[in-house]
Design a protein around this ligand. Structure first.
Ligand code: ADP
Length: 491
């Protein structure tokens, strides 16, 4: 039977359905004109009086003004966190701590629609992703770690785990609420208090989370959220009364932070860059693999440290996989992130778009062939169509360096040993994907890949019970699961 539109006309399929717009409503959300710093359970104006704007990267419209915290504000937040650690949070029973964390989880669920829309507006990601991934995973992390609070002795038998103290946490812009949850939930569950800084382009959902924390009635100072750019982050990192730094962001800034805390007693976890290999063997279910590749690099505009940005296709199926991949790219819908049909949203910032465009130029200059989704690009905002490079060699910058955009570098291989060598030929080691029908190949490959997470016949699957983190320049320490408790404990 032919599909029809609302007017009864037959829908034509020319690689892409002509879909009616389905924008998510913004009526139910509240974005304040100005946001303050969340310190000691209350919202305070920044001591400098300075604010910076947050804009919607899909149309460059102004959303709100965000307070800029300086060293004095950070000091105030750390003092509040210390006082809460010594005075209340380390004194109350583990069960009570758990109750607060469950409360945060439930409030996130209650406000899920509002949080998803704000995440999409502030960061440019498709509402589908914010709604189905960011917000549910954020809630799931609070639920999961709430369950651990009174079971730490079982998690580490015959030992006496003790909270580290005040955790300084700095997060990036790609999964703002989810990253805040990954950081705050295990810290609270283990009895620590927190000073967290969101990225300067995506502060809004972290500030909404501050409101949730206030509503959940957490004792003042247990969670403090300060906003600002790199200097604010550096003030947290360098504060002498912070016991632990948890950072997610670029490898460059990660190295700066590691140098800054070298020689101090600060513990650290670093979740840094990546250049993940996605590997398709000839015996793989090819359509499923192509869908996994698309999900791994293009959804969320490639703004994922674990994005499968290098694709290795076994030579015997190269032509067919490439054809399927290009057909699938042509069917992707780029546009208004709030539209439920949208696959590809906006690039998070002008600066990030400039970085991506720089790599598109380098890729072509180095001799690779570029293929892009041909589509109308919105006039305002920051956009990059899904891009695929073929004729790529190991030495090309687009195959070596993290781009953090919807750019895929395709290479080929003949044998499993060859692809393991090629896939491991990178300073990064965060994640990888393998597509094959043979379990033995999966085990062979996963045991030899130098990557923290290896997905088999799937990609970008996250669960609070499973640890996530990298090897080599992708960082150290794990977030999620029982492993995610360790960095917040002295054992
Ligand atoms: P990305 O490339 O993902 O934006 P960055 O590493 O630049 O990653 O930023 C990640 C987070 O680190 C952001 O919250 C940013 O403000 C913060 N940041 C940037 N520079 C520093 C620094 N020198 N010290 C601490 N935090 C920093």
């Amino acid at each position: 039977m032919k599909q029809k539109n609302s007017k009864g006309e037959a829908l034509k399929f020319s690689g892409k359905w002509d879909l009616a717009p389905a924008p998510e409503s913004t009526d139910h959300i509240e974005i304040k004109k100005e946001y303050q710093l969340f310190i000691n359970g209350k919202f305070y104006k920044p001591s400098s009086g300075k604010y910076f704007p947050s804009i919607n990267p899909a149309n460059e419209k102004h959303l709100s003004m965000i307070a800029e915290a300086n060293e004095k504000d950070v000091d105030r937040a750390v003092k509040a966190a210390r006082k809460a650690f010594d005075g209340t949070w380390s004194k109350i029973s583990a069960k009570e701590r758990g109750k607060y964390i469950y409360r945060i989880a439930r409030l996130i669920q209650e406000k899920a629609r509002e949080l998803a829309v704000i995440e999409s507006l502030d960061g440019g990601k498709p509402i589908r992703e914010a709604r189905d991934i960011d917000v549910p995973i954020a809630a799931a992390h609070f639920f999961y770690y709430a369950g651990w609070t009174d079971k730490l002795k079982y998690a580490f038998p015959n030992q006496s785990p003790k909270a580290v103290g005040v955790a300084g946490q700095v997060i990036p812009w790609n999964f703002p609420l989810m990253m805040a949850a990954w950081k705050i939930a295990p810290a609270l569950a283990t009895g620590n208090t927190v000073v967290l800084k969101p990225a300067e382009t995506t502060s809004l959902t972290a500030l909404k989370l501050a409101e949730i924390i206030q509503e959940a009635d957490l004792p003042p100072g247990v969670v403090n959220i300060v906003t600002g750019a790199g200097a604010t982050g550096a003030a947290i990192v360098n504060h002498s009364d912070v016991d632990k730094i948890a950072f997610t962001g670029s490898t460059g800034v990660g190295k700066v932070i590691m140098k800054a805390i070298a020689g101090t007693e600060k513990k650290s976890t670093m979740e840094l860059g990546g250049k993940a290999a996605n590997i398709i063997f000839e015996d793989a279910p090819l359509d499923q693999a192509v869908e996994g590749v698309i999900n791994g690099i293009y959804f969320n505009q490639g703004h994922v440290c674990c994005a499968g940005s290098r694709l290795f296709i076994q030579e015997s199926v190269y032509d067919v996989v490439l054809r399927k991949l290009k057909d699938r790219i042509q069917a992707l819908v780029l546009g208004d992130p709030l539209d439920k049909n949208t696959d590809i949203g906006a690039i998070n910032s002008k600066e990030q778009l400039a970085t991506i465009n720089k790599y598109l130029k380098i890729g072509q200059k180095e001799g690779a062939d570029m293929f892009q989704l041909s589509c109308d690009i919105p006039k305002k905002g920051f956009w990059c169509p899904p891009t695929l490079f073929t004729n790529v060699s190991q030495s090309h910058a687009i195959a070596k360096e993290e781009i953090f955009g919807p750019v895929l570098a395709v290479q080929t291989f003949r044998t499993i040993d060859e692809v393991i060598t090629k896939a491991n030929n990178t300073p990064f080691g965060l994640s990888a994907g393998v597509w094959t029908d043979k379990g033995s190949k999966i085990f062979n490959l996963t045991s030899q890949m130098r990557a923290g997470v290896v997905w088999a016949n799937t990609y970008n699957k996250f669960d609070p019970t499973s640890p996530f983190g990298g090897y080599k320049e992708s960082g150290h320490g794990r977030e999620g699961g029982l492993h995610g408790l360790l960095p917040y404990l002295n054992i």
